[in-house]
Design a protein around this ligand. Structure first.
Ligand code: GUN
Ligand code: FE
Length: 427
């Protein structure tokens, strides 16, 4: 057993934050060799019980905070070189920057180089689990999964499906794309901590045949994830409606082919009506809310109050490279701005504990990984960050003046970036 002593942040089942000024985290390996949380709580109460069982000296981090690793519910690993590409909106951004760049991932060596940089960047920013798009090239999945496995990360990824309205170099072939997807599921899903996600890019770039095939795979492999984009941008929505006449809404395109189910994660979900929201709730599908991307691409804003009123699940995500930052602090702050903007209409404002939960335990719950990652309660896999609340002069000054937990969390959300993450510990 390994004992850590520092301040400790974790979450109760109802999402409220639990904070120990002087905390103890005890971890022990499971039979796969993954460190799991054995106990978490106040040092004073737990130390007498666990000190005698410790196999090593206590790791003591005075002045630091141990907190759950962040969970990014939607990110594109191949797009880290696309961050900050200006465009009028989603569709020109895809055409002018994203598709040409993603075509480079046909080269496995290139993909491996980007995959390594991407995983470093996640860890530097305290992100320990991500649901990520690769590109349409099966080798882009292999490149990422192999390196994630070597790092023992809990990562979920999938080959993008896009067999139409896509340029040469990224467009795949309907039948082969489904064969490749199934082979990748068998190669990677459930290997160590890895998971696979069936990944139709979005309805406009898939034929009805490819979407139906993806739906058939989603039925055959119910514990595999599904990820896509929906209702992000008005122009995109009009296009989807033209391509799929007779569907009730854009979301309904996915519902009709069996892609709306538990473990299906839809990025954006901005331009929804209540029937769409009810369909999310009834199916168990969830939203990945990507506020930096929505602000950057001018897509619109997620309706937090609408989601809560209709009761479907969601969590936070970077959506790099439409999103502008890998830092969960930047994403939480952008979510706050978006929720705040909506407040004039709905009275909703996202509290710091809720923002933090939506990027850790709440995001894990939305992914179906409740009690596995995103928290530091007994049984959870021990993926955590060590925060240095004095990482910059202003952070030091502002966090020292925090009168209670919400002020401390909010100071870190507003002022934080990768400098706040002193170390990231995996399993
Ligand atoms: N819709 C289809 N593809 C993409 C993508 O790569 N990023 C975003 N934000 N939306 C998309
Ligand atoms: Fe995206």
């Amino acid at each position: 057993m390994h004992l850590y002593r520092s301040a400790l942040l974790r979450f109760a089942d109802d999402g409220t934050a639990l904070y120990e000024e002087d905390g103890l985290l005890a971890t022990a390996p499971d039979d796969q060799g993954v460190q799991r949380v054995h106990a978490a709580g106040a040092w004073r109460a737990l130390a007498p019980l666990y000190l005698p069982q410790a196999s090593q000296p206590v790791t003591h981090w005075p002045g630091r905070i141990i907190a759950p690793g962040f969970v990014d519910m939607h990110v594109h690993y191949p797009q880290l070189d696309v961050i900050g590409s200006p465009a009028e909106g989603l569709l020109p951004w895809l055409e002018n920057y994203t598709f040409p760049h993603e075509s480079r991932f046909a080269d496995a060596g290139y993909a491996a180089g980007v995959a390594g940089f991407f995983l470093d960047e996640l860890q530097r920013n305290g992100v320990t689990t991500a649901l990520t798009f690769a590109t349409s090239h099966p080798g882009s999945v292999d490149a990422l999964m192999a390196q994630a496995q070597a790092r023992r990360l809990r990562l979920i990824a999938g080959k993008v499906l896009q067999d139409r309205h896509s340029p040469d170099g990224v467009r795949d072939a309907t039948e082969q794309s489904l064969i490749d997807t199934e082979a990748l599921i068998q190669r990677w899903h459930g290997k160590g901590r890895l998971g696979y996600a069936i990944t139709p890019r979005f309805a406009p770039t898939s034929t009805p045949q490819q979407l139906s095939g993806a739906g058939a795979l989603a039925a055959r492999y119910p514990d595999v994830w599904v990820q896509s984009h929906v209702a992000e941008n008005q122009q995109e929505i009009r296009w989807a409606q033209e391509l799929f006449p007779g569907t009730r809404s854009y979301l309904d395109v996915y519902a009709r082919v069996g892609l709306l189910r538990v473990r299906a994660v839809y990025a954006h979900c901005i331009h929804f009506d209540d029937e769409d929201r009810a369909a999310m709730r009834e199916s168990g599908a969830v939203a990945a809310v990507c506020p930096t991307s929505n602000l950057f691409l001018g897509s619109g804003q997620f309706d937090f109050a609408g989601a809560d009123r209709m009761g479907f699940g969601y969590g936070l995500a970077s959506d790099v490279g439409g999103g502008t930052s890998f830092s969960p602090f930047h994403t939480m702050l952008a979510a706050y701005y978006v929720g705040r903007e909506g407040q004039t209409k709905t009275g909703l404002s996202l509290a710091p504990q809720r923002l933090w939960w939506l990027h850790t335990a709440g995001a894990a719950r939305a992914l179906g990984l409740d009690g596995v990652v995103g928290n530091l309660q007994p049984g959870c896999e021990a993926d955590f960050v060590v925060l240095n609340p004095a990482a910059t002069p202003l952070l030091a000054r502002r966090t020292a003046g925090a009168a209670h937990l919400d002020e401390l969390l909010f100071a870190m959300i507003v002022l934080g970036d990768d400098r706040l993450i002193e170390r990231t510990v995996i399993a």
